[in-house]
Each structure stands twice: as structure tokens, then as C-alpha cells.
Design a protein around this ligand. Structure first.
Ligand SMILES: [Zn+2]
Length: 337
């Protein structure tokens, strides 16, 4: 059963409620919840790609300095100062905040609102927290030899491998009508059948197999448990990378499957989708109660997908006909940063 599409009436109600909550999201996570059970209920994630790019540059630039200004910290400071809106954000604005941090100002001083700053730190940290950090790059040569290098920086990939054309637009929240009327809680990347789909982040395969809406799909949970990446409508007959199974650890950048047009059918292995595409979803989980049911949080991935397009995994033919494997993947440290 598709996690994202369960309980349609309640889901729509939830989305409406969440959108209402989002306008006053900081501090409004759950005011009536018992102590110890309060958690974020919705995130409006609309940071433009240029802001993500500049924040990443500054994070990497400062990692070995006296004051490391992480990209989540910088983005949370800006968000706290502007009520969560990046509409007027210029990369220079982030540069000025960064310079002020290096000159000795604290994040709390710059944010000027601790409550907002804490909220955005937690919210953006959940969305972006695994994507930048230390990692080991593992590169496979043509003769199968492995070379490794320890690095720091962007350690997440575009969900589609290098060298394959795709198009996309911001379709988060668009109306879908198969099965029941609902909102689209993901991002579609339109491409050719067979385009290798890679793991955006390292994690564990939580779900794999058929469901009515997503067709052949894979769900991968991040190592810290906060992100659930959902890749759907994979290729008919040969949807997955060889050997992929539930519970398996996958490295960021590894091929996990192939773009297709399956789904919209209660029968397995049916091409019910008209246009080949990858449905790419990202669910944020602060509390176990948000895994299933009506209070799920899904992220608008349009800008984040554009941001990740700078890092597309190269592939080469695999052992099986029609299959490909990555030549680069990123192994994360055992302990979260
Ligand atoms: Zn979709």
C-alpha cells in the first residue's frame, strides 16, 4: 500500500491544516501536545537554488577555519530574520551574514529571534542535514579497481545519472486524479525509459516492490532516520538494480533502479503512466507517528533538484543486459556528523 496516498480524505484535510499551520509554523508545531511529544508538523521548504548554492560554498569555505558556518545555520539565520521567506534573498545577503559570523557575532545575535532560529535550524536540518558533510568517495576504474578519497562537501546526488536528459517543472501540490482527487506530493523528472536512478543520499532500503500508485518503487531511509526518499514508476520488467532488497544499505550515488512508467494499476508490472518519468519524493519524519497516516510531511523538491543537478553520478554498463552501475559513490561516516 502506498504510504503517501493512504487515507485520501484525511490526507487532503491534513495538507490544508498543515498549510494553515505553516503560516505561523515556528512555535506552532503542536501547542497542546503533552510535554515531550511536541514536534514539527509541516515545513514550507522554498529556499531557491542560488541561496542553497551560496550557503554550500560558504559552508565548505569555512570548514577548516576557526569558525565553521554550516549551511543549515546560515539559511536558518536568514529565514529567522525574514519570517521564512527567501523571495528577496540575494547571495550577497548570505555573504554578509557569513562575514558577520566570522567577525564574532553569534548565530542567535544575527537571527535576532531565537525561537524562529531554533525552528528553522531543526526544520532545515531535517531536510538538508545529511546532504553536506564528511564522506569517502569511492571511484571504480574501468578495470574494476577502487580508489578512495576522504572529502567534505556536498555528498548527495541528483536522482538521475549523468548523461541522461530530463525536464521538470515545479509540480508540487498539482492536482492528481487517478484513484481519487489529491495533491501531488513529490517532484516529477521526465526522461527516457531506462535512465539510471541513483540514491540521492546513503541509507537503508525500507520499501521495495509494487504499489498501486507508485508502480515499482523504492523507499530509502536516511541514516539519521529523518528523511525517506521515495523513487517511483520504475521500469517495467527490470525496475531495480541487481540484488537490491529491503534492509540493504545503499551508498549515495549507487544505481538503485531505472526510470519507467509503471503504476496506476492494482495489477503488478503494468505501464499505467502515460509519460515516462521518475516520481521523486522526500518525506520528513520527526516522530514515528509521521511515518504513515494523515500527518506526513512531504517537501517541494523543485529547487533542491535543481541544486542537486550539479552532482550527477556517472555510470557504465553493468553485468546484466540493459543495466548500468555507478562508477562513483559516497560512503558516509558511521556516526552522523
Ligand atoms: Zn509524481
Amino acid at each position: 500500500m502506498l504510504r503517501a496516498q493512504r487515507r485520501p480524505a484525511l490526507r487532503l484535510l491534513c495538507l490544508c491544516c498543515c498549510l494553515l499551520l505553516a503560516s505561523c509554523a515556528p512555535g506552532s508545531t503542536s501547542p497542546d501536545a503533552p510535554a515531550g511529544q511536541d514536534y514539527i508538523r509541516w515545513i514550507d521548504f522554498d529556499i531557491p537554488e542560488p541561496a542553497l548554492t551560496r550557503a554550500l560554498q560558504l559552508d565548505v569555505e569555512s570548514v577548516n577555519g576557526d569558525c565553521h558556518v554550516g549551511w543549515v545555520e546560515l539559511l536558518a539565520i536568514y529565514a529567522a530574520r525574514h519570517g521564512g521567506s527567501f523571495r528577496d534573498c540575494r547571495p550577497d545577503d548570505l555573504q554578509k551574514l557569513y562575514d558577520a559570523r566570522l567577525s564574532g557575532k553569534t548565530a542567535a545575535e544575527l537571527a535576532s529571534n531565537t525561537r524562529l532560529y531554533d525552528y528553522y535550524t531543526e526544520a532545515y536540518g531535517a531536510v538538508l542535514g545529511g546532504m553536506v558533510g564528511y564522506y569517502t568517495e569511492i571511484r571504480t576504474g574501468e578495470d574494476g579497481s577502487l580508489t578512495t578519497a576522504a572529502r567534505y562537501g556536498l555528498r548527495a546526488f541528483s536522482p538521475l545519472a549523468a548523461g541522461y536528459h530530463y525536464t521538470d517543472y515545479d509540480d508540487f501540490g498539482a492536482v492528481r486524479s487517478y484513484g481519487y482527487r489529491r495533491n501531488h506530493l513529490g517532484h516529477d523528472l521526465l526522461g527516457s525509459v531506462g535512465t539510471p536512478v541513483v540514491a540521492v543520499e546513503s541509507g537503508y532500503v525500507e520499501h521495495l516492490g509494487w504499489n498501486q500508485y507508485g508502480g515499482w518503487r523504492v523507499g530509502i531511509r536516511s541514516l539519521d532516520g529523518k528523511r525517506y526518499y521515495y523513487y517511483a514508476h520504475l521500469r517495467k520488467n527490470t525496475p531495480y538494480a541487481d540484488g537490491l532488497e529491503e534492509g540493504q544499505y545503499v551508498c549515495a550515488g549507487e544505481v538503485i533502479g531505472y526510470l519507467g512508467m509503471t503504476g496506476y494499476s492494482i495489477r503488478e508490472n503494468v505501464n499505467g503512466i502515460n509519460t515516462p518519468h521518475l516520481h521523486f519524493g522526500l518525506q520528513i519524519i520527526f516522530d514515528a507517528s509521521q511515518i504513515d497516516g494523515w500527518n506526513q510531511i512531504w517537501i517541494d523538491l523543485y529547487d533542491l533538484t535543481r541544486f542537486l543537478a550539479r552532482n550527477r553520478a556517472p555510470t557504465r554498463p553493468g553485468a546484466s543486459p540493459g543495466k548500468r552501475v555507478s562508477t562513483v559513490c559516497y560512503l558516509y561516516p558511521e556516526q552522523p556528523d
